[in-house]
Design a protein around this ligand. Structure first.
Ligand SMILES: Cc1cc2nc3c(=O)[nH]c(=O)nc-3n(C[C@H](O)[C@H](O)[C@H](O)COP(=O)(O)OP(=O)(O)OC[C@H]3O[C@@H](n4cnc5c(N)ncnc54)[C@H](O)[C@@H]3O)c2cc1C
Length: 362
């Protein structure tokens, strides 16, 4: 007899959502986290949950389902969640961006995303800070919210424990024998009917132990910057992406939180690039000093879509990783999918789109 029915490796937002959904379904679950809960990428998010992922309707469908779950959080898992609607605006400056948006739109609408093309004038009404830079059009989705990742992590952890899950922290997994259902930890060995890898950016070696050939990209360090306080009277603006540069901003308190790609080896050059792009896109904010808000490792797949799937058992091996910068947006649905794969239930979504070996590039 196994020590536990399911061993979940990783106590980030994904592993905790999985532990909650399994335990709620009556499955004996033990989660193993090498540090503290929520101490990986889930510590460093911009707290944005949205449904529109350009050119990636598969991720959008997961996000739509997850947004429904976030809205229902007070009932299940049973926690009040800050969920402030801000909207998501994407600025297009190239004709190809508009063409790509229009080609992708039917799939996004099919996925349940509320998004549409708007004029530059309408974009400026949503975000009056946009300067005089050349733009052609914009996409706008009202389905974007600012939440609190720590609150989500804690809510899933509390509810998982209430439902009977065991959450072991400071418990690094050092290896596994998926065929034998054995997990090796610094504290000894654990046997399980199923092992779930939800180790985020650190998943590659674990899935390899299970013989899964997952094309995870090396973890990339990402940094978010924050401005000095905004000038008095600065209007609230949506979470806004300048598509050509990747400059992404949202208001956090009395400041602007900013992301733009990855710093790479020359962090100072990257910062200068962000400041220059900020000045071009939002001239009224050009003089604001920028500071590091947070850095974190981003786990990524080649097509920016999570890997969720399983090798049936017993013992079974399941995985949910590679969330490519939108794990918070996908966490509730990811937990539901892993639960349904384990219980051999209909997940209500085509899971082959997330399995290793899918035929997508992007
Ligand atoms: C700067 C930044 C901003 C972001 N902003 C957003 C956002 O606004 N919205 C959004 O949706 N997404 C955002 N993301 C992405 C989001 O943070 C991730 O997709 C999400 O946190 C992934 O959750 P996870 O549980 O898969 O990974 P993690 O949170 O990294 O959890 C994995 C856990 O596994 C543990 N672990 C690893 N190896 C082992 C082992 N061998 N044994 C035991 N435990 C192990 C780690 O300690 C870690 O706690 C952002 C990412 C970054 C870097």
């Amino acid at each position: 007899m196994s020590d536990t029915r399911v061993a979940v490796i990783g106590g980030g937002v994904i592993g905790l959502s999985i532990a909650f959904h399994l335990a709620e379904a009556g499955v004996e679950t033990t989660l193993l986290e090498r540090g503290a809960l929520g101490s990986g990428a889930s510590r460093a998010t911009a707290d944005v949950v949205r449904s529109y992922f350009a050119g990636n309707a598969v991720s959008s469908a997961l996000a739509v389902r997850s947004l429904d779950a976030y809205r229902a959080f007070p009932a299940r898992p049973g926690a009040d969640l800050p969920l402030t609607q801000v909207g998501y605006l994407v600025l297009f400056s190239e004709p190809e961006q508009v063409t790509a948006f229009e080609a992708d739109l039917p799939a996004q609408l099919d996925a349940g995303v509320d998004v549409g093309l708007i004029s530059v004038e309408e974009a400026r009404e949503h975000n009056p800070l946009i300067g005089d830079l050349p733009l052609l059009a914009a996409a706008y989705s009202p389905q974007a919210y600012v939440s609190d990742t720590t609150a989500i992590v804690n809510a899933y952890a509390d509810a998982a424990e209430r439902a009977g899950a065991t959450l072991r922290t400071s418990c690094p997994v050092t290896g596994l024998d998926a065929q034998g259902g054995r997990v090796f930890t610094a504290d000894g060995e654990l046997t399980a009917d199923a092992i779930v890898c939800a180790a985020g950016a650190w998943s590659a070696s674990l899935v390899r132990c299970a013989g899964v050939d997952m094309p995870l990209i090396e973890p990339i360090e990402q940094e978010l910057l924050v401005t000095d306080p905004l000038p008095p009277g600065t209007p609230d603006i949506p979470c806004t992406l300048h598509a050509a540069s990747g400059l992404l901003v949202r208001v956090r308190g009395d400041r602007l939180l900013i992301g733009m790609g990855y710093p790479g080896p020359d962090r100072e050059a990257w910062r200068r690039g962000v400041a220059a792009q900020l000045a071009v896109t939002y001239p009224s904010l050009a003089e604001l000093a920028l500071h590091t808000a947070v850095t974190g490792l981003r786990d990524a797949s080649p097509d920016k879509t999570a890997f969720i799937g399983h090798l049936p058992g017993p013992p079974a091996f399941l995985y949910a990783t590679g969330f490519s910068g939108h794990g918070l947006c996908n966490a509730p649905a990811a937990g539901e999918l892993v639960r349904d794969l384990y219980l051999d239930q209909d997940p209500g979504i085509d899971v082959t789109a997330f399995a290793v070996g899918r035929q997508r590039t992007g």
